[in-house]
Design a binder for this molecule. Structure first.
Ligand code: L34
Length: 293
């Protein structure tokens, strides 16, 4: 069993980005600028956004963090999005999800100028990704593919089973894994909460991507010997022995599944840090106007 070290790969990619940013600055060109909007005080969101801002610093980007209380109106949030759409210094921006219930996430996503949508959540980017056109690819799926690539994991003709059908992970990662490319060229099956014979399907998987957000859901008896396991879950599970009072827990019962597989991502230190790297990469592309003019 080989552990896929997402943290180490993410650090390596950040160095590559930092090098490129140094060259951009040396040529006297504009410093890439990412803005992040965060609404409310969700613990996970605050941590992830803090990591995003810190990562911008590490690679030499400019970053702007915009915080709102949870009672902001949808109208006020849309007004802020409009400001960022028009701000020529901002190359890309994101609105960290989830949002409070009174705000429509879909409306917010669609209000973002797709040319600045470095999360790759806008329907134009989702659609372009799914038909193989240049686009901002959503960060977590892009991070997963980058891990498969950097570990030289064969995907062609493999059976890739995705558990979870969310718009930000399940659907786009399934669509990328079936594309005529590397990583890709896989035969993809998507399973979800209404799948009848889940175990029968997961047992056929050469590559299993667990993205349902249910701690330790994937058990050893659901996994074929030698499978590649990608764990996208990051649920905060209460834990008395931890300083923070919780333990970040993946969707995979790691302890029992790990001995069976060829490769596995840990939580933390697997997909999470790669998500942030993909966001940095998209911001760099936005700054260079490499996808859209
Ligand atoms: N708009 N909302 C928007 N874009 C995103 O790309 C996200 N996502 C998901 C939640 N909402 C979003 C993230 O940023 C999940 N996510 C994310 C980002 C980073 C990490 C986890 C999830 C991460 O860095 N995880 C670390 C541990 C972090 C910790 O210390 O708690 C890890 O090693 O897994």
């Amino acid at each position: 069993m080989q552990l896929i070290d997402g943290k180490a790969i993410a650090d390596q990619i950040k160095q590559e980005i930092a090098q490129e940013v140094a060259e951009i600055k040396a040529r006297g060109e504009k410093t890439p600028h990412l803005a992040v909007i965060i609404v409310g005080h969700d613990g996970g969101s605050e941590t992830y956004v803090a990591h995003k801002v810190k990562s911008c610093e590490q690679v030499g980007f400019k970053s702007t963090k915009i915080c709102f209380e949870a009672d902001i109106t949808e109208e006020q949030l849309l007004a802020q999005i409009d400001i960022l759409n028009k701000d020529e210094d901002v190359d890309g921006f994101i609105v960290q999800l989830p949002l409070p219930k009174h705000i429509s996430e879909q409306k917010v996503i669609e209000a973002i100028d797709y040319r600045k949508d470095v999360d790759g959540f806008h329907p134009i980017n989702v659609g372009r990704t799914s038909i193989g056109l240049p686009s901002f690819v959503s960060a977590t799926p892009a991070g997963i593919l980058e891990l498969l690539k950097r570990y030289d994991i064969d995907t062609k003709g493999k059976h890739c089973v995705v558990i979870g059908r969310s718009n930000i992970v399940g659907k786009p990662v399934a669509s990328l894994m079936m594309q005529k490319a590397y990583p890709g060229d896989a035969t993809v099956t998507i399973c979800h909460s209404r799948t009848a014979n889940l175990k029968e399907i997961t047992l056929q998987a050469d590559i299993l991507i667990a993205a349902l957000g249910s701690p330790k859901f994937l058990k050893a008896d659901m996994v074929k010997d030698g499978a590649v396991i990608i764990d996208v879950g990051t649920t905060r599970v209460p834990c008395e022995t931890s300083k923070t009072g919780f333990k970040l827990t993946g969707d995979v019962d790691f302890e029992n599944v790990a001995p069976k597989c060829s490769y596995i991502t840990p939580v933390p230190g697997g997909v999470g840090p790669m998500t942030i790297c993909s966001l940095l990469k998209n911001t760099l592309l936005a700054g260079k106007k490499a996808i859209y003019k």
